[in-house]
Structures are given as C-alpha cells and as structure tokens.
Design a protein around this ligand. Sequence first.
Ligand SMILES: C[C@](O)(CO)[C@H](O)COP(=O)(O)OP(=O)(O)OC[C@H]1O[C@@H](n2ccc(N)nc2=O)[C@H](O)[C@@H]1O
Ligand SMILES: Nc1ncnc2c1ncn2[C@@H]1O[C@H](COP(=O)(O)OP(=O)(O)OP(=O)(O)O)[C@@H](O)[C@H]1O
Length: 304
Amino acid sequence: MTDKKTTSVKVFAPAKINLTLHITGQRDDGYHLIDSLVAFASVGDVVKIGPGEAVSLKINGAEGDGLSADADNLILKTADIFKTDQGASFTLIKKLPVASGIGGGSADAAAAFRGLVPLWAEHDGKVLSDDLVAETEALAKLGADIPMCLFSAPCRATGIGNKLQMIETFTPVSALLVNPRVAVSTQDVFKSLKQKDNAPMLDALPQFTHAADLAGWLKDQRNDLEAVAKEIAPVIDDVLNALNDTDECLIARMSGSGATCFALYPNGETSDQAAKVIRKEYPDWWVKSCMLGDQSARSMPKVS
Ligand SMILES: C[C@](O)(CO)[C@H](O)COP(=O)(O)OP(=O)(O)OC[C@H]1O[C@@H](n2ccc(N)nc2=O)[C@H](O)[C@@H]1O
Ligand SMILES: Nc1ncnc2c1ncn2[C@@H]1O[C@H](COP(=O)(O)OP(=O)(O)OP(=O)(O)O)[C@@H](O)[C@H]1O
C-alpha cells in the first residue's frame, strides 16, 4: 500500500463558461433560478496538494495577486468540510482572473475536493468515500457554481445552478475569452437585476455539430445578467465590440455575471488570430484562445 502521507496530487480547475444564462425566477431565500447552457474551457487554474502537518495554502500564478490565502479562500473552506485532522499543503496556481464570471473560485473548490478524495482516501481506518454524499452536499453550499465545476463537462444547469443535465453530445468549439481586468461582484449584479421572471430555454436543446450551428442558435438566446453587468462595468461593451470586430467571429457574449466575454470561431487558427489582434490593441486585458467543451478527463486528479 502507498504511504498516503507522501502522496501528491495535481488537479486542473477549468473555467466555466455560461453560453446562455436565462434568469427564470427567484426563491424565497433570495437565490435566483437559472437555465444555463454551460461548457468548460481548456484554460484554468491548477491546484496542487502535497503532504503537510496542517492544512495550508500558498497562491502563485499571474492572477494570484490580491487573492487572499486565508480561511475565506474556497480551497481552505473545502478542506474544512472533511473534518479530519489530516494535513495538506495546497498550492494554487491562479491563472483565471478573480470575480470574472468564469467561476474560478468554484473551479478551485471543486478541484480541491477531487484532489483531497484520493489524498485522504483513508483516515483512522475509515474510508473517506463513505461520507462523500454528505460532503458533496456541504461543498455545494459554498457556491452555486460548484456542482457544475465538479463535473467540468457540458451541461444544462437549472434550479439555482444545482440541477444538472449532462450534454454528452456537445461538440467542442474554438473560442476566445477576454476579461478587461475589472472585477465584477456576482452579488452586486444579482442585487441590481429587476426583471427576474424571464423565459427559460426551450425544453429540448438542438444538437450542434459545429461552432456555426451553436452560434446561430445562441443568437436567439440570452444572458439576462448582461445589461445589469454593463451598467456596473461599462467596459463590457468595449470587450464585446472588440470581439465582434475580429475576423470570423461567429458570436460574442458575456459569461456569468461578467465581466469576461467569450466569442466563438470556426477553428483554432481564427481564435488564435483574434487573440493576437485584441492583445495588440488592449495589452492590459486578459485574452485566452481555447477550446470549450468537456474537460472532465483533464480534470481528474493526477496522483504521484
Ligand atoms: C452567475 C452564475 O455564475 C451562473 O453560473 C452563478 O449563478 C453564480 O454562482 P456563484 O458565483 O458560485 O454564486 P454564489 O457564490 O453561490 O453566490 C454569490 C451571490 O450571487 C447570488 N446568487 C447566486 C446564484 C444564484 N443562482 N442566485 C443568486 O442570487 C447570491 O446573492 C449570492 O450572494
Ligand atoms: N480560490 C479562489 N479563487 C477565486 N476567488 C476566490 C477563491 N476563494 C475565494 N474567492 C472569492 O470568491 C469571489 C468570487 O470569485 P470568482 O473568481 O469565483 O468569481 P466569478 O468568476 O465571478 O464566479 P462566478 O462565475 O461563479 O460568479 C471573489 O471575490 C474571491 O474573493
């Protein structure tokens, strides 16, 4: 048997992209009901977990400045759920902008959870996986986007984002993600939203065989948070204009509560070329050419 105290785990935490985000109601506790088509990007954070006497967190990476490594960090909150006295030293390589509508914190929490299961597989003679249902429920309470990030695969999310219908037939598409480096608070956007009972998507979603199909369909769908987010961060309009101006852009929309926007392209060459153009004009923006689709295989913990 391997010595679990010396095991190290590395987990990819991909960005979540809300291709659509229809807000269809509000619960009595204030949380909003959503109907959202979600895919996961080939760009994301990396969570490394090594042995440690206590639970600790160190943050590296280009987007790590200003993100606190204290008890409020979703990685430490996730470790707390397991209620063991085992240690773990986390290193977060933060590559996704914070508070940017692409679920970075939720992705980190989900990655930490996936990584801790093999690291802490057994403790005090008790198999951790026996408790996973209760622990997964506790994890979901840390953030509405966490359940979808646990799967990191295309899905339709309803409820408050906790009811997931997986879409196994989703065809991967080339995309460009752009964030103008303006943090937008999800809570502020929801608080400013006035119209809460918008139409959901149709019951049956079409099957998309290429990016142009998906983009054509998205033109009739919405992100109901986009208008409110633009009032809070008018630069979102500049991002959408910049994306729409690039060659062969099929559609440009905002993800989540913003300010990150995505655009779809026919292939990787066209999204790479658009990235070059936007980076040249806006050198301070965060610009990533990527694939959107199923990242579940890449997101499995790599144990060494
Ligand atoms: C906008 C989305 O990213 C779409 O996927 C999510 O709905 C937000 O997910 P999240 O950032 O993980 O959200 P949480 O951290 O749970 O909540 C942040 C704040 O957003 C509001 N919130 C969140 C989710 C939801 N379905 N309704 C809400 O009203 C709540 O006021 C909460 O105080
Ligand atoms: N590991 C983490 N990474 C990013 N943010 C974190 C983390 N832990 C806690 N937070 C806090 O969570 C808040 C939301 O950050 P996050 O990057 O997840 O926002 P977001 O991309 O807008 O999320 P969503 O799309 O789920 O609304 C931030 O204000 C940040 O302080």
